[in-house]
Design a protein around this ligand. Sequence first.
Ligand code: AMP
Length: 187
Amino acid sequence: MTGPDATTSEQAVDALRRLVVDVPDFPEPGVVFKDITPVLADPQAFGLVVEALAEAGRDESGGCVVDHVVGIEARGFILAAPVALALGAGLVPVRKAGKLPRATYTESYALEYGEAIVEMHQDGLRPGDRALLVDDVLATGGTVAATRRLVEHTGAVAHGVAVLMDLSFLPGRKAIGDLPLTSLMTV
Ligand code: AMP
């Protein structure tokens, strides 16, 4: 649905359908990479998807219910920063191993070949804080599940995860368990 009566979220989905480019066999054979850079390059589309993601951090009356937005390296940073500002919440980065300068919590998770490590500053969140996790694509769910564990190490609460899209042929929804998911588009 497009036009003036469409909700922000419907317009955001239209923008994603129009602008995300499928790149076959990147970064390796068999993977169809979802390139979101054309969405970022279109200010109206970028604004719509940020506003639609930010809804995941609001209650029914539009109030912000999270203290921080956790952005997952690297494309998650690009989305999480404006979402945090839209909500009036702080931004906390989750980075790959060895990038954060102070004491971190560390979580590893399995990839098809090998493992990945993500880290968050130990004082990035405080006990009882509510955090909204943001990334571009939910694929196997390993990254989001590890990020949730990082959040919980601090004593904070993972309020939910918001992504532009989830891949229905991979077990991402199952992997994140009971963590509430806001996915603008399932492909
Ligand atoms: P996963 O841990 O398998 O859910 O993978 C999620 C992370 O990998 C996200 O940070 C995505 O940016 C990236 N990712 C996984 N699959 C794709 C894909 N097909 N296209 C673009 N990014 C992807």
